[in-house]
Design a protein around this ligand. Structure first.
Ligand SMILES: [Zn+2]
Length: 154
């Protein structure tokens, strides 16, 4: 269904934000939330790729298979709820993503805070939880089964 995974340095670039677009957001195909041929965007996640990352256990940043530990990036609110929207990634990929997004001053990648306020946590496993019919936020979440480490960007 999707192209081969790419390394972080080979990721395509967002034409407005000038940051690399991770695998889970990076599609210009006629599916997900974007019309066919739309420019790649780091503003939102592609719903189908979120599910693909969850079910295939592939990295949300580079798209290749995951080992352990797993890294999650997200806001402090997501951490408080232990429910992240950005799929699990390699620790190195998550760190590279945070470095690349350090100067982005608006919420991106489906996270409800700008990257300067994100956290990076590691875990050994997670549950993929789909929204209930009555939930206001209908997006699925990734819920770590305990944390191995927690890093705040500030
Ligand atoms: Zn990766």
């Amino acid at each position: 269904m999707d192209a081969a995974p790419t390394s972080f340095t080979e990721l395509p670039s967002d034409p407005e934000l000038f940051v690399p677009v991770p695998f889970v957001a990076g599609t210009d195909l006629g599916y997900g939330d974007r019309p066919e041929g739309a420019a790649l965007s780091a503003r939102e996640l592609d719903k189908r790729r979120v599910t693909q990352c969850a079910l295939s256990r592939i990295c949300g940043v580079c798209g290749s298979g995951l080992g352990r530990p797993l890294a999650f990036v997200g806001s402090k609110l997501e951490l408080d709820r232990m429910a992240f929207h950005f799929p699990p990634s390699h620790v190195e990929c998550a760190e590279a993503l945070l470095r690349a997004y350090a100067d982005v001053a608006e919420p991106v990648l489906g996270v409800d805070a700008a990257p300067a306020d994100w956290v990076l946590v590691t875990t050994a496993s997670f549950e993929f939880v789909r929204a209930n019919r009555e939930d206001l936020d209908r997006r699925p979440t990734f819920q770590p089964n305990g944390l191995l480490s927690e890093t705040h960007t500030r």
